[in-house]
Design a protein around this ligand. Structure first.
Ligand SMILES: O=C(O)CCC(=O)C(=O)O
Length: 320
């Protein structure tokens, strides 16, 4: 590491420790950002009505390549299931809790039959979209393209994650969030959603801006210093969707990274302009904790085969 890089890292760590977040300038080059955005467009197209599902369905992918008719029928089945489940949640809201828990249970993709796996994927997608209907999302990106390999292994990001979490950490999830025009304010939240001792930290989120973000298109807000309080927004705010008097709305250019300590209060704001604001959420957690996505259980064979030791370690996965 050059002297310049060492000094920059020291300044970034100082800001992160004091405020609970830091903006890393120019992490991705313009051509890297362009390649990622192009892949995201392809994925929205490929995933169709199920864009945003947590993992990937085997049958849908097979039919995408081989049978437009079967694909149409499968998507129709998804719509029917969506209609039925949304109706159930409306009539009996108590049923939603078990479905939410189901979503975050470990699941071994290799052991499941294609249909069981497909149905599980559909259910997860429906529950996901219900929670934030005015967001465009894509999930499980570590599995969905080579352009993402350099994101969760990025040398500007990993030293900061290691500073917060120690050397034993892993990728918890790699997703994208893009708020639609005039959708609701995202609730202020912490990413590790349990009450923990003040100053402790079990996760950190590297939010990669893939488009410029500002107060007009839903930039992320942060309340500096709250990572040291041991409190969550729901403990300290009457309404976590309201503005907080001390919040900072973070502006960033495409290619910058907003890195947040998981315990700092933060959340997306309203996109009033309708200008697109695509943010990639690269969430790391301490290895001892359950991840948002069990990457090692859902990793595609071809992805596992191409990854090196660092990426495999971060995905908690063994080589082929
Ligand atoms: O979209 C944003 O600005 C923040 C997203 C976030 O914190 C989340 O979805 O957990």
């Amino acid at each position: 590491m050059s002297e310049h890089d060492t000094d920059r890292l020291a300044a970034e760590i100082e800001h992160l420790d004091e405020h609970g977040y830091v903006v890393l300038k120019g992490v991705l080059a313009p051509d890297e950002v362009r390649a990622i955005l192009a892949r995201l467009d392809e994925l929205y197209e490929r995933e169709g009505p199920r864009a945003g599902e947590f993992g990937w369905g085997l049958l849908r992918e097979r039919y995408l390549e081989s049978s437009p008719l079967k694909l149409t029928l499968l998507d129709a089945l998804y719509r029917v299931l969506e209609f039925g489940l949304l109706g159930l949640f409306k009539v009996l809201p108590v049923t939603l809790g078990p479905f939410r828990r189901f979503r975050s249970m470990p699941y071994d993709y290799a052991q499941a039959t294609p249909w069981r796996r497909e149905l599980r994927q559909m259910v997860i997608c429906i529950v996901e979209k219900l929670d934030e209907p005015s967001d465009r999302r894509l999930c499980d990106l570590a599995n969905k393209g080579e352009v993402f390999d350099g994101v969760y292994t990025h040398p500007r990001v990993l030293p900061l994650a290691e500073h917060l979490l120690g050397s034993d950490f892993k990728l918890s999830s790699l997703n994208v969030r893009s708020p639609k025009k005039d959708g609701p304010m995202q609730a202020m939240h912490v990413d590790f959603p349990f009450r923990i001792q003040p100053g402790k930290v079990y996760g950190c989120n590297a939010l990669f801006a893939l488009e410029p973000m500002d107060a007009g298109n839903g930039a992320t807000r942060v309340v500096p210093g709250t990572h040291l309080s041991g409190l969550r927004p729901e403990d300290g705010m009457a309404d976590p969707r309201a503005d907080h008097p001390d919040q900072v709305v973070v502006e960033a250019d495409a290619g910058d990274v907003l890195l947040v300590n998981s315990q700092v209060w933060h959340g997306g704001t309203v996109n009033t302009s309708g200008r697109s604001r695509t943010l990639m959420q690269c969430y790391f957690t301490h290895a001892a904790h359950a991840p948002q996505q069990y990457q090692e259980l859902q990793l595609r064979d071809e992805v596992r085969a191409r990854l090196g030791p660092l990426a495999l370690r971060l995905l908690n996965a063994a080589p082929e």
